[in-house]
Write a protein that binds this ligand. Structure first.
Ligand SMILES: *Cc1c(COP(=O)(O)O)cnc(C)c1O
Length: 389
């Protein structure tokens, strides 16, 4: 088959064999590509990267990433989706798409910490003011919107202190002033909270969590319904070079069929463990949106359909950080680590007092991600670790 006039070395690079067409199987093929080949010069000149009807360059997508984008958009009832190499990159992509020097952005005070830090950086180095609002502000957000406010971030619930915001009220206040609202919908994986139905314009998700489910990939997504907004975000995606690798996209695609079942299992396990912790004298509060202790619980009941594996507890103020650190160290089934959404349970103590004034004098906050272990085994582990207190 090889051209006899070509050297062996050239034959190692160029080969005319093509596998027969017509192969079909359930998994999405993994298309790894930087260069994408055009049929001819005319095709190269006519195909545009912004319009996902064709392929132009690996950075702008392959059949593997287009497939994942389409499936994520469908889960959220959106129309457009763009992938980024991490959840944080997806957040940054939205900010750089919609904000410029002189603009103002509002972030909830309980926002994902790296998003808060990004806001500080926008302020110090880019001339964009980032202001932080009470996540329970609801309609009162209207008083905070300035003529130069261009974006409002929300997170439902905050992923450490768990306040559930009133999204319809926040969106109404923002939209009356023409300001779009972005939602970090990572906690719900697009399942328990339908963001567009609550009024938001942009949904961001860290696919690193439940969608992957394997604790082995970092990825983010931004989903929209409005073509103009999607176009602006696509520009930032391309300008910042935020493409993702096909192997990583495949890992997330592999997790999708079991997403809802895993989410329901995390939810059931977390509620059982949280209910047990609620009965422990060492615990002052259980911050799980399905529990009445949680600020915004009534809103969760109104707007959400389920929970996930993530919740926090606040220890009684009589326990020192040294004591609660010993409790965390004693746990054997809970890994000490960031992130969540995988099969393994995780635990993380937070110094929330250093971040938030309203937490002065409160006990130590410890966050749990309930994995897919038997909840009774997790409860037994918690009981023996609590004994060190
Ligand atoms: C994890 C997380 C992110 C960021 O995702 P990465 O992929 O880790 O960058 C953003 N928001 C929330 C609420 C998260 O939990």
């Amino acid at each position: 088959m090889n051209q006899p006039t070509r050297s062996q070395q050239t034959a190692l690079v160029h080969n005319d064999y093509r596998a027969p067409a017509g192969f079909d199987a359930f998994p999405t093929p993994v298309h790894r590509a930087s260069t994408v080949l055009f049929k001819n010069v005319e095709a190269m000149r006519s195909e545009r990267w912004k319009d996902k009807s064709a392929y132009t360059y690996g950075l702008h997508g392959t059949p593997t990433t287009f497939t994942l984008e389409a499936r994520l958009a469908a889960i959220e009832d959106g129309r457009f989706c763009l992938l980024a190499p991490s959840g944080l990159a997806a957040i940054a992509m939205v900010n750089f798409a919609l904000l410029k020097t002189g603009d103002d952005v509002l972030l909830p005070d309980n926002v994902y910490k790296p998003n808060r830090d990004l806001g500080k950086w926008l302020g110090s180095d880019f001339g964009i003011s980032a202001r932080y609002y009470d996540p329970l502000a609801g309609a009162a957000l209207a008083d905070l919107i300035l003529p130069n406010t261009r974006l409002v971030w929300t997170e439902a619930p905050g992923s450490v202190s768990m306040e559930v915001p009133d999204l319809p009220a926040i969106c109404k206040a923002a939209h009356e002033r023409g300001v779009p609202v972005a939602l970090d919908n990572t906690w719900s994986a697009g399942l328990a909270l339908r963001g567009f139905a609550r009024g938001v314009d942009i949904i961001m998700q860290a696919l690193t969590k439940y969608q992957s489910g394997g604790s082995d990939v970092l990825m983010g997504a931004v989903i929209t319904r409005d073509a103009a907004l999607a176009g602006r975000i696509a520009l930032a995606h391309a300008r910042l070079g935020l493409g993702v690798g096909a192997d990583d996209a495949y890992l997330v695609l592999r997790g999708l069929p079991s997403l809802k079942l895993r989410f329901a299992a995390h939810d059931a396990g977390a509620r059982k463990v949280a209910a047990w912790l609620k009965g422990c004298p060492e615990i002052a509060r259980v911050l799980h949106p399905a529990f009445a202790d949680c600020p915004g619980h009534a809103i969760w009941r109104r707007d959400f359909d389920g929970a996930g594996g993530l919740f926090s507890v606040v220890f009684d103020a009589r326990y020192s950080e040294r004591q609660t650190d010993r409790f965390v160290d004693r746990l054997t089934l809970f890994g000490i680590g960031y992130s969540w959404g995988g099969a393994n349970s995780l635990v993380m103590p937070y110094r929330i007092q250093a971040l938030r004034e309203d937490w002065q004098g409160a006990g130590i906050l410890v966050r749990f991600n309930i994995g897919l272990e038997d909840p009774d085994d997790l409860i037994a582990d918690l009981a023996s670790a609590l004994a060190v207190l």
